[in-house]
Design a protein around this ligand. Structure first.
Ligand code: HEC
Ligand code: HEC
Length: 303
C-alpha cells in the first residue's frame, strides 16, 4: 500500500517536473521530420455535421461502466504508470501507430463500420502485385503482369495519398513520412499480405508525439479543441467538453481512468454520477493516455 502511494507520488513529481521543464523532453523525435503542434478547431463529427448519436466514428469500442452505487462514483481504480514515465524516447511499431491513429474508427481488425466507415483491408490488398495476380487468376480474368503492376501502383498511390491528407469523411492523419512507412508496413500485415511480418519498421518518438497522435486522431473526433466548459446539465443534454478544459475537469488519474477503463460522469441538475456515453479505449495503455494529458498541458489547444 505504502509502496503504491510512494510510487504514485513519484509520478506526480516527475509529471510536474516534465511540465515545468517541458523543454527537457525532446518534442522532436529521432526521425527528425516531426514537430509537435497543438490541436485546433472543431471536432471531426461537428465538422461533418454529424451528431454523436448517428455516427460510429470514434466509438467502435465499448461504453464505460455505470456507477457501482447509484449516483456515486465509487472507485477501486488505481493509476499505475511505469517508473520511466514520461519516457523521452519511445519505440513505436506500425501496429502502435495504427492503434493510436486509425483504430478508433476502423477497429482492431481494420474492418471499420460499413457503410459509414469502409474497411481498410481491400484497399491495402489491392496495393500488392502478388495478391492482385492471385485474385485475377482465381476469377479467371486475363491480365498481363504489366497491367497488374500498374493497377497495384495506382492503388498504392491512392492509399498513400489518403495517409497524407485523409478522405472525404476521414480526418487527415498527422503522420510524418517515416511514420507512414511504418504504418503502411503494418497495414500490409493486417491485410494478410504474404511476407509482410518481415518488413515491419519501428520509429522513435517522444511522449508528446504519442499524446499528439492520440488526441488529434482519436479524442478530436468527438471533442472540439476549445470552447466553454459545459455544466452538468449541458452534459446531460449531450454536450461534449472541449479538449482545452479536460485537464482542469479531471486529474491525471481521472483522465487516464476515463480513457482506459471508463468512468461515470457528473451530470444533470441536481447533478449526480451517471454512466457516460464516451467509448472506453481499452486498447490504449495508461502510459499512452497519460501522454495525451501531458501533451494537452504542454501544447494548449487552440481555437
Ligand atoms: C475519424 C474516423 C477515421 C479515422 C481516425 C481514420 N479513418 Fe479511414 N476512413 C474513415 C471513413 C469515414 C472512411 C470512408 C469515407 C472516406 O473515404 O472518407 C475511411 C476510409 C478509409 C480507407 C479507404 C477505404 C476504401 O474503401 O477505399 C482507408 C484505406 C482508410 N480509411 C485507412 C485509414 C487509416 C490507415 C487510418 C489511420 C491513419 C484511418 N483510416 C483513420 C474514417 C476514419
Ligand atoms: C466517440 C466520442 C468520444 C471520443 C472519441 C472521446 N470522447 Fe471523451 N467524452 C465524450 C463524451 C460524450 C463525454 C461526456 C459524457 C461522458 O462522459 O460520456 C466525454 C467526456 C470526457 C472527459 C470528461 C470527464 C469528466 O468527468 O469531466 C474526459 C476527460 C474525456 N472525455 C477524455 C477523452 C480523451 C482523452 C479522449 C481520446 C483518447 C476522448 N475523450 C475521446 C465523447 C468522446
Amino acid at each position: 500500500m505504502l509502496v503504491t502511494a510512494n510510487k504514485k507520488r513519484v509520478h506526480l513529481i516527475v509529471l510536474a517536473a516534465a511540465i515545468v521543464f517541458g523543454t527537457s523532453l525532446p518534442g522532436q523525435s529521432e526521425t527528425g521530420d516531426i514537430s509537435v503542434t497543438a490541436v485546433s478547431g472543431e471536432s471531426w463529427i461537428r465538422h461533418l455535421h454529424r451528431s454523436f448519436a448517428d455516427t460510429s466514428m470514434g466509438r467502435t469500442w465499448n461504453l464505460g461502466p455505470s456507477p457501482a452505487d447509484p449516483g456515486k462514483d465509487v472507485t477501486s481504480w488505481q493509476l499505475d504508470l511505469p517508473a520511466s514515465f514520461p519516457a523521452p524516447v519511445i519505440t513505436l511499431h506500425g501496429s502502435d501507430l495504427y492503434r493510436m491513429t486509425c483504430q478508433g474508427c476502423h477497429k482492431e481488425s481494420g474492418q471499420g463500420a460499413p457503410p459509414e466507415i469502409n474497411s481498410v483491408i481491400d484497399p491495402v490488398r489491392a496495393t500488392s502485385v502478388a495478391v492482385t495476380t492471385a485474385r485475377m487468376k482465381a476469377s479467371g480474368r486475363e491480365m498481363s503482369s504489366a497491367e497488374i503492376a500498374a493497377m497495384a501502383k495506382e492503388s498504392k498511390a491512392m492509399l498513400l495519398q489518403r495517409l497524407h491528407v485523409g478522405g472525404k469523411h476521414m480526418l487527415p492523419p498527422t503522420l510524418s513520412e517515416t511514420e507512414i512507412l511504418s504504418l503502411f508496413a503494418y497495414l500490409e500485415q493486417l491485410a494478410g499480405i504474404p511476407g509482410a511480418e518481415k518488413n515491419q519498421i519501428t520509429v522513435k518518438e517522444s511522449s508528446y508525439r504519442v499524446g499528439e497522435h492520440i488526441v488529434k486522431s482519436t479524442c478530436h473526433v468527438c471533442h472540439s479543441a476549445t470552447g466553454p466548459n459545459p455544466s452538468p446539465d449541458q452534459i446531460l443534454k449531450g454536450a461534449i467538453p472541449p479538449l482545452s478544459v479536460l485537464t482542469t475537469r479531471v486529474s491525471l488519474s481521472g483522465f487516464v481512468r476515463k480513457v482506459t477503463s471508463g468512468a461515470p460522469i457528473n451530470m444533470g441538475s441536481p447533478s449526480t454520477y451517471y454512466r457516460g456515453h464516451m467509448s472506453v479505449f481499452s486498447y490504449l495503455s495508461q502510459e499512452e493516455a497519460a501522454s495525451a494529458y501531458l501533451y494537452l498541458i504542454r501544447y494548449p489547444p487552440r481555437p
